[in-house]
Every structure is written in structure tokens, then in C-alpha cells.
Design a protein around this ligand. Sequence first.
Ligand code: AMP
Length: 366
Amino acid sequence: MASSQRVALKPGDTIGILGGGQLGRMLALAAARLGLKAQVFSPDPDSPAFDVVQNATCAEYADVEALELFASDVGVITYEFENVPSSTAMILAARRPVLPDPAVLETTQDRLAEKDFVTKLGIGTARYADVASASGLKAAIARIGLPAVLKTRRFGYDGKGQVVVREGDNPDTVWADLETRSAILEAFVPFEREISVIAARSASGEVVCYDVTENEHRDHILKFSHAPARIPDDLATQARAIAEKIAAALDYVGVLAVEMFVVPGDNGPSLLVNEIAPRVHNSGHWTLDGASVSQFEQHIRAIAGWPLAHPLRHGDVTMTNLIGDDILDYGQWLAVPGATVHLYGKGAPRPGRKMGHVTEVKPASK
Ligand code: AMP
């Protein structure tokens, strides 16, 4: 069954979600609000998403029998993480529509393919070079210059699998320490701020973007998102147009996030795309309380074949991630007037683990 086959779910139908983390949990909750059921597939028995659904499949992503049974239970399948193994996606896509189409993952799972794709669309990125050896790194440094960021092509997230290369570093040691066979070297971008666009695209090709979000990281992990981003209106329009172009070029169905750098320049700031996330995204969590329809509901609408919403923003929104031990302050957050607290029901806090988030909405400045 082709993934592109039109899906038209009815209330009461079931959506299959691959992945049982907080994103899967919030997708399942959004589905429930629309009268849809969700079945979650995850190998981890402690998956936070299992807590909010009646039907769960706890099995490995390579378990063909479990995947076939899962597919037979649901009307459409989606995923909450981008590293879905291609063999898993193929088994599922042969039985049920998988949205967004897993072909998208071939582009977004590989930083080199992603950068090539964005560049072919005429959209700016940091200058980059393919690196497959220590001598390749030396050649790339000669081309790109320093400082630069060396990133593994695959399986990087939250700053993992990347290192800043500076003048004086020994390329042989840098290469050996990254413990990979394929990487890219990116020019270090002296950005003014980081932003993201959360865009939804329907099967009929309509794209709806949220207001641009401004993101602040701590130790490479998202800490705060602010909506709207503090950027000029014309730059915000450009950012949304970039996300729209990417979504259309991928023939995407669902919600995706495009992370960008705002770079200062003599003729005003410009944009470089850093990364595409083919899923709902942490920088869109503010939409749960700060907009009339959240990114999670938009994604469910898109993959169910339902009309997209045109969400209204309720004000100036700040989202604060509760990372690791931050969760221990949940009692204080519960007491903050106007704050909405989301806890993901995860077990023990670990450094860098996303445990929850808080949204605060203030009257809109624009
Ligand atoms: P990534 O995993 O590519 O999203 O990178 C994580 C974070 O590292 C980004 O949000 C930036 O703060 C920083 N970063 C990544 N690439 C670059 C770059 N080329 N120049 C400067 N900072 C970067």
C-alpha cells in the first residue's frame, strides 16, 4: 500500500505511533481530543506514551511479526523520532500508509544528504564539506576554514556526535575522537540568534506555519523557546517561506520543524538552515498552551486527512524545558501564576534528559 495513498480517518479510528517518548505521548493526547485512538509501538516498557493509550505494542523495531500486527490494528502510521530504521518503515509502509512518507527520512537522517537537498533548493546553509578520514578532515579544513563544526552524518542529536574544531587542534586526534566513518565539516556560523519554523502540510499540499520561534540552548539542549521570535517581519516571512519550500519539495504530510540561524550582515540579517526535523519538535511545545491548536493536533489532522487548522497565537509565549534535575522544582512551577506545567511521567531524572516543560503566556506585544 503506497504511503501517498489518501488517508481519511473517521472519529474512533486508530493512529499508530512509532516511538514512545514525550512526543508520542503528546501526539496520542492530541489524537484523543479529536476522538481518535492511538496505538503506540516502542521497545521500551517504561515509555511515557504507554501511560496515555489503551493499546501499546512493546517490541523491538526489528520484530516483523509485532510490526505486522501493529499495522493491522491501525489506519495510518506516524513516528515521533527521525531514526526509524528503514527496514521497519518498509515493513509498515507495505501494509498501511506511513506519514510523513519514510522516503523523507533518507534525506533527514543524513546531514550530508540534508545539506545537499537544502542547497539544491537554493536555500542557504553553513558552508560544508564531506569528511570520511583524517586526511579528508585536513582537506575540508583547508576549504572551509576554522573555527568549524565537525558532525557525524547520522544519529546526532542535542549536540551529540559533534565537536567544534579550532585553530591549533590536531585533525588526527579530532577525527579519532569522533569515532565515526562519515561526517561533515561545517563552517562555524557566528549567529545572532537561533530560530525555528514549525510547519504543517496536508496531503493536498496546503502549508500552515506557526509564528517563528526563537530558541535558546544550554549545553546544546533547547532550554527556552519564545514566540514570536524577536526578528523583523520580513525575515519572519522569509523563514516561513523557506519552511514551506522544504515541506513542498519533500511532498511532506504532517508537521516538520526547520531550524535556522539568523546571521547579522551589512544589509541586515539573513537566514541559514541548520537542520530539518521530520516530526513535531520541542521548539513547538509552546503551541500546546500558546495557540488555539497545537503542533500535535496539526500533525494528527494532517496524517488523518483532515483539514489543517489556522491556529491563533494567544500572546507572547515562553516555553521552558525542565531538563534533568530541573524537574525537582515542579512544585515551584505549579505555584507560578499563569504557568502551565507539563510533566512527561519519566522515571529518574538524568543530566540532559527532557523531563517536562512549562509554558507562560503574556499579553501579545504584536
Ligand atoms: P545541531 O545538532 O546541528 O542542531 O546543532 C546543535 C547546536 O549546535 C545548534 O543549535 C547550534 O547552537 C550549534 N551549532 C550547530 N552547528 C553550528 C554551526 N555550523 N555554527 C555554529 N553553531 C552551530
